[in-house]
Write a protein that binds this ligand. Structure first.
Ligand code: FAD
Length: 276
């Protein structure tokens, strides 16, 4: 079966913790290869990620890959977290640059994710399996698409074992990106990141921030449903399942779902793909 992974964010309140517990319990039945937990994204403080990773391993016996972003962090802080993850038996990490919170001026000791990957390899050799981010529709801050590809290669040359892409709804962007990466000699698996949709306003906002394109035909259709949330979810589940079908038909190495800590939107897509 195609390897699946599910991404969660660290909950901050008891209500959010209970929701993540329910979501993890439901999605665990779909036998993911691993789940991952974001780091410092969306305003969460750094300490929530290790706690969430520990909880998912203890309560749900899942393989968990913590995300680790380096911007704004010091070698000492990041070194301590790596030691903590290593001691607790984590073997897989998602290594990122991250984005500086607004108002924070100093980038810290690492400028790019490639610096972080190099640091992890220098400190821990091959202990960790390292995933990095990749951008089929180009990272919003890149000088241009070709420079972004070259910067992606730096992460691979620094020691990344695999990549997970930013989400996209146009499979041709992914296929082209994988071909271009291969032409540059990049031979690590590039797993597509899949974002199921449960809220059109939210996905439009996310997409503007991270540079992902919602195709016009999808946006117009979801707009037309207005407040009819069930119709939006059902339409989006069909559209995202069709995207996954095209990706699977071309032999992708896995699918990584951005769950936003909700089980249903991801489960609906997988159900349409025959995974229950
Ligand atoms: P990098 O690979 O360092 O690239 C960042 C930018 O710098 C790009 O525009 C690149 O082209 C450019 N660049 C890279 N190297 C050079 C160089 N040597 N010279 C000039 N330019 C260069 N964010 C979080 O805060 N927490 C998370 O948990 C998180 N999880 C994510 C998971 C996935 C799968 C993905 C795809 C993204 C995630 N993000 C997360 C978002 C990510 O942190 C942002 O997209 C961030 O802006 C870039 O991170 P990166 O690791 O891709 O950076």
């Amino acid at each position: 079966m195609l390897p699946l992974s599910f991404e969660f964010f660290p909950p901050k309140t008891d209500e959010q913790r209970n929701q993540l517990d329910r979501t993890a319990a439901k999605l665990k039945s779909l036998s993911p290869e691993y789940v991952s937990v974001t780091f410092g994204a969306g305003g969460s403080t750094l300490s929530y990620t290790p706690e969430t990773v520990g909880g998912l391993r203890r309560k749900h016996a899942l393989q968990v890959a913590p995300h680790l972003s380096c911007v704004g962090g010091s070698r000492t802080e990041i070194g301590a977290l790596l030691a903590q993850y290593r001691a607790s038996g984590c073997r897989r990490l998602v290594a990122l640059r991250g984005d500086l919170p607004s108002g924070m001026a100093t980038p810290g000791e690492f400028r790019y994710a490639s610096d972080l990957v190099g640091f992890i390899r220098a400190e821990h050799g091959d202990f960790f399996h390292i995933e990095v981010g990749a951008y089929p529709e180009t990272h919003p801050q890149a000088e241009d698409a070709l420079a972004d590809l070259r910067h992606f290669k730096r992460k691979v040359d620094a020691g990344a074992n695999g990549a997970i892409t930013q989400y996209f709804y146009n499979p041709d962007a992914y296929f082209r990106f994988v071909d271009d990466a291969s032409a540059l000699g990049i031979d690590i698996p590039i797993v597509p990141g899949i974002m199921p949709i449960s809220n059109f306003t939210q996905i439009r906002r996310f997409s503007e921030m991270c540079g992902a394109e919602i195709p016009r035909w999808m946006a117009r259709r979801m707009q037309a449903y207005g407040d009819d949330v069930e119709s939006i979810r059902s339409f989006a589940a069909d559209a995202v399942a069709q995207l996954c079908e095209r990706l699977i038909a071309q032999g992708v190495p896995g699918l990584h779902f951005y769950t936003l800590n909700l089980a249903k939107p991801t489960a609906l897509v997988l159900e349409r793909l025959g995974v229950r």
